[in-house]
Structures are given as C-alpha cells and as structure tokens.
Design a protein around this ligand. Structure first.
Ligand SMILES: Nc1ncnc2c1ncn2[C@@H]1O[C@H](COP(=O)(O)OP(=O)(O)OP(=O)(O)O)[C@@H](O)[C@H]1O
Ligand SMILES: [Mg+2]
Length: 310
C-alpha cells in the first residue's frame, strides 16, 4: 500500500468565482461544499450575480485589481492548500488572476472553465476564451469542462464517446494536467452520467447513475469544489475525483427529492454529506419543550441532550 498523503491540520481552500443570489451555484455552492467536506473555505468574488433556479437576472463584474486584492487578503493571511476558479466573467479578470496565480506558484488548482449558465446565458465574454486557454489552463492540476465547454476548448463537435476521448486528448495537451470531461450533457449514455478523466497517460471513467431530474442547478460548481476539497486534504487527483463523483451524485439525488425554487432546483450538499457518512447537527435537540431544562421559565438555555425534541 502507498503511504497515506500528509494531512494539513485544517485544510484551507479558496474559490475564485462569481456569486449566485439563490445559493445553489457559484461561491455559495463552493463554500458549502468545502465546509461539508471538512475544509476551511475562502472566496474571491469576480462578479456579483443576481441568479436563481430560473435564470440570470443581472451581473455586476468587479474590477480585476479588486479580485486580486481579495485573493491577497485570503492567501497572505490564512494561506491556501488548494483552490478552484469558476466564473471569471471577462478577459481582464482571467489575465489578472492567471498572472497572480503564476506569481504565487499556486499548486492544486482546479479550473472549472465556466462559459454558460444552465439557461444558456453567457458567464464568460467570448474574447476571454483565448486568455483562459493560453494563461490559466497551463496552471491547472485539473480542468473540468462540461461537454459544450469541451467543444469550445477543443474546437470539435462531441457526439459520441470516441469524439469525447479525442477532445479530452486535445484539452489535456493545452493544460498538461488532468482533464475531466463531465458527462451531465452526454445524450449517448442513457441512464448513466460518466465523467471521463485523462492526464496524458491514464484514463479514468467515473461511473454514476443518471438521476432523472431537472434539478441540477450548481452541479458543476459543487463537483469542482469537491475536487478542490479533496486536494486540500492531500488526496491525489484520482482519489479527489472519486470523492467528487460520489458527492455530486448524492447531492443531485438529495436535490431531486426535496426541490427548491421554480426552475432547475439546486443540488443538496447537506444530503450528500449525510449520505457519505456525515451526521447533521441535531438541531431539534435545542428546541425547548415545556417543563424541560432550558424551556422558557425553567431557567437557562437548552443544551443538546437536555430534553428537547427527540
Ligand atoms: N442527472 C444527473 N445524474 C447524475 N449525475 C449528474 C447528472 N447531471 C450531472 N451529473 C454529474 O454532475 C457533475 C457535473 O456535470 P455537468 O455536466 O452537469 O456540469 P456543468 O454542466 O458544468 O454544470 P453547471 O451547469 O452547474 O455548470 C458531473 O459529475 C456529472 O456526471
Ligand atoms: Mg459548469
């Protein structure tokens, strides 16, 4: 058996991405995923997005220099074991972030090359794609395009598994690290959602049962954040991908069972953590019941295990 990886005392991860007012995607999804996977999460916002399960209502892009200031605030004080990028909005932000991460010799970088929102709204200006490919991809340990993004990055149509392999080869050559072509949009694999990973030598197929549901808001953000969380813990890339695959499957299942919003509902990262062996805080135990210690009039505050709801 290979020795276990060194474990940081308290793993730290940074997300550089846009926000999602409805909480299902963007930095909100990333921070929840980090926390539920035992990682201290930090964020540098690129854009504030008025978005929900129905669509994108508005975007305010931040100044590139202010994005870098946020990265410095997190990095130079707390430190970063792994990080991910999500929505980078425009070419100036991509260029600035890539130069900053190169200068910092960032390790364990997951690049989720976000280009479009689920509803098709652009989240990356067209002229920023060149900067993403030339400047950011070469710094990445893992790149996680969905199929439309993989088509844009590889310059080819992907309509079957052979084409997906060829696109993976092309994108891997651009980056040099691992590329994961996610299977959420692969119509030739009914009933399954298989993510295909390649590092120039090894192919990995990350199998998953397709959950038949429209509620997949934030799947890509949650997946790439889970990969970064695994890397922050010291897992190698294949292990971090297996973790992320298991986490996103359970999160989609949880979101499908208890949908929120009027459109494509968000995944449920809490349900995923519980499905993978976590335990939710027993919040109900804090409820004051009449006559119990901590109940109104009984003096003091309820503590877990002191009465309260079962
Ligand atoms: N219906 C589904 N059932 C099971 N797994 C799914 C489903 N849809 C997506 N996934 C998984 O979710 C992860 C994200 O893939 P997807 O292709 O949806 O990313 P994305 O398009 O970038 O998402 P987003 O639109 O949130 O950016 C992958 O691991 C994929 O296999
Ligand atoms: Mg995506």
């Amino acid at each position: 058996m290979s020795p276990s990886p060194p474990r940081p005392a308290r793993p730290r991860a940074l997300t550089i991405a846009g926000s999602d007012a409805s909480g299902g995607a963007g930095i909100q999804a990333d921070l929840k995923t980090f926390a539920l996977l035992g990682v201290y999460g930090m964020s540098a916002l690129t854009a504030v997005v008025a978005e929900n399960t129905v669509g994108v209502q508005g975007v305010v892009e931040l100044e590139p220099s202010f994005v870098l200031q946020q990265i410095a605030s997190a990095w130079d004080d707390v430190g970063v074991d792994a990080l991910k990028t999500g929505m980078l909005a425009n070419a100036a932000i991509v260029e600035a972030v890539a130069a900053d991460l190169a200068r910092r010799k960032a390790r364990h970088l997951v690049v989720d090359p976000v280009m479009l929102a689920k509803g098709g709204e652009p989240l990356l200006a067209a002229d920023a794609r060149r900067a993403l490919v030339d400047r950011l991809l070469p710094l990445a340990e893992v790149v996680t395009p969905n199929l439309p993004e993989a088509e844009a990055l590889s310059g080819m149509r992907i309509a079957d598994e052979a084409a997906r392999r060829e696109a993976a080869r092309r994108i891997q050559a651009l980056s040099g690290g691992w590329v994961v072509l996610k299977g959420g949009h692969a119509p030739w694999q009914p009933g399954r959602s298989v993510d295909l990973a390649y590092d120039g030598r090894e192919w990995l197929e990350l199998e998953g049962e397709r959950v038949e549901t429209p509620h997949t808001h934030g799947t890509g953000c949650t997946f790439s954040a889970a990969v970064a969380a695994g890397l922050a813990h010291g897992l190698d890339v294949p292990a971090a991908l297996r973790l992320a695959r298991a986490f996103i499957s359970a999160a989609i299942r949880g979101g499908a069972e208890r949908p929120l919003g009027h459109g494509h509902g968000p995944t449920d990262a809490v349900a995923a953590a519980v499905a993978l062996g976590g335990r939710p805080v027993p919040v109900a135990e804090f409820a004051a019941t009449p006559g119990a210690p901590g109940a109104p009039g009984a003096g003091g505050r309820a503590r877990p295990g002191e009465g309260g709801a079962p």
